[in-house]
Structure formats: structure tokens, C-alpha cells
Design a protein around this ligand. Sequence first.
Ligand code: NDP
Length: 295
Amino acid sequence: MTADIIDGKAFAATVRARVAEHVSRLAKQSITPGLAVVLVGEDPASQVYVRNKGKQTVEVGMASFEHKLDVNTSEADLLALIARLNADPAVHGILCQLPVPDHIDADKVLAAIDPAKDVDGFHISNVGLLATGQKAMVPCTPLGCLMMLRERHGSLSGMNAVVVGRSNIVGKPMAQLLLRDSATVTIAHSRTRDIEALCRTADILIAAVGRPQMITGDWIKPGATVIDVGINRVPNGEKTRLVGDVDFASAVEVAGAITPVPGGVGPMTIACLLANTVTACCRANGLPEPEGLTI
Ligand code: NDP
């Protein structure tokens, strides 16, 4: 058996097209969704992410506000900027690129973002809203994974899902979303006993671990859908290459469907950031939620 490859790049393009369509509909009412991205310091990976986010924001017709701050920016100055963005009616989404430098308390910064503009879905209010099944801003990476799963399966009701990883940004919200869609959810982590056997019970297996190629084909139930969130850079001769948390070569022989790395979950994350910005904009203007872009 060879798994179907879930093409995240193509699906992300579809999501972006849906976003662009909503944006042009809003333009007829003279509304332009705006996304502000704040970057403190010059971390090279963060700079690439921020550039891509800005580029894609503009491509779908939204306004992009980039705030690149010096690495020595004080926490007070950063909080003052967040307060200004919270008050700015042209800004519907605010994202502070993590990690921030050590002298800044990331939790304090995330807590300062207006929950209605928290397009990353990390504010404690949104975490609580998601956990209690209410309308929330949903973290982009798990939202992208859920969209791909719904696209593949329609209903997830009654399926056994195992999420490997319990981080606040991927594992936990992913588990909440699956539960909300009536899957039976188990969360595995570094202390889980006999994790291989547990993974073999999964109809849906989500890998969000940060360990290159940890999950091999013999951990996978034949026919299962495998979503690989991991992004790991490993040596490749003189250079490096990206691999996931799943050993693609062995997993593809067993799974029913699998996301590749790169080209799976990664592209969906930015597409969902754009989707969340449109959702935030519609909510701010008292308009109906954009169909197919939110849960
Ligand atoms: P974290 O490091 O925050 O969390 C990793 C989780 O994996 C922890 O819960 C940890 O368990 C668990 N874990 C670590 N080792 C093992 C093990 N040997 N067996 C079982 N569980 C283990 O990572 P993130 O959630 O932030 O990210 C996970 C991966 O996803 C990374 O590769 C990251 O780069 C990638 N990522 C990709 C994104 C995308 O857009 N595609 C977005 C965000 C992340 P414990 O809690 O017990 O320590």
C-alpha cells in the first residue's frame, strides 16, 4: 500500500483563493482587512517567516503592517506598540513573532494583544473559548491540520486520533479541535508508555514533537491518516534538509494518507493566518463569518 500524499501547498493555495475572494467582497463595502506583524530582533528564521507573511498578506489584497523593532527594544516599548495596534481600527489581526529576546516576557506580550485581534490564537481568552467550544481565534497550525483532515474525511466523528506532543501552540489546541469534531482523542508526550502501540491505534495520527523522523512506519495503523507537523533541519552532506517528525519513506508504505515535509502542514499555517485575519475583520465589523475559513 502506498499512501495518498496530502498536498498542503495546493490546499493552501485554495485557502488563499478563498481568502482573496472574501477580501474582494469586503472591498465592495470599503473594508480592508489589516494584519500587523511585529518582529523584535533579527533572528534569520523569523525574518523569513515575517517576509513571507507580509508578502502573502498583500497578495490576497489585505493591508500588511510590519513593525521591525531593534533587538534591544524594551518590554514597555513593545507593550506600548501593541496597545497602539489594539486601538487602530485599520488593524484586525496582530501577531508578535516568537521567540522574543530574553529580556521580554512573551506571556506578557501575548496577554496584551486584544483577544479579538489575536490571529495566532495564543491569548488565554482564546485558549479558554476553544476549550469550552465557543467561538475563538484558533491557532493557525492546528487549524490548518483540521482543514486538511476535514477535506480528506468529511466527518471525523468517532475516529481514534492520537496527537503526539502537548505544546500550547500545536499539540493541545490540535487535541481540542479534534475533540470538538467528535474524534476520540489521546495526547501522547515524552512520558507516554509504549507510545508505538498507542500510535498504532490511531485512525488519525498527528506528529508535533520536534524530533526528526521519530515516528516510523511500524508505529502506524495501516490506512491511517498521518499529519506531520514537525519541521526539523538535519545534515545532508555539506548542506541541510528539512524533515518531519515522521519517517516519510517507511510511513508512506503503511498510511492511507500522509502530509509531506516540506509541502504539507507548513504552507497551511500562513494560509490560516490570513484566514484568521479575515475572520477577525468580519467579526469586528459585525459581518457573517467567512465560510470555509473558520470553524
Ligand atoms: P515543543 O517542543 O513545544 O513540544 C514538543 C512536544 O513533543 C512536547 O509536548 C514533548 O513532550 C513531546 N515530545 C518530545 N520528545 C518526545 C518523545 N521522544 N516522545 C513523545 N513525545 C515527545 O514543540 P512544538 O509543539 O512547538 O513543535 C513541534 C514540531 O512542530 C517542531 O518540529 C516544530 O518545528 C514544528 N512546528 C511546525 C509548524 C508548522 O507551521 N508546520 C508550526 C509550529 C511548530 P513533553 O511535553 O513531555 O516534553
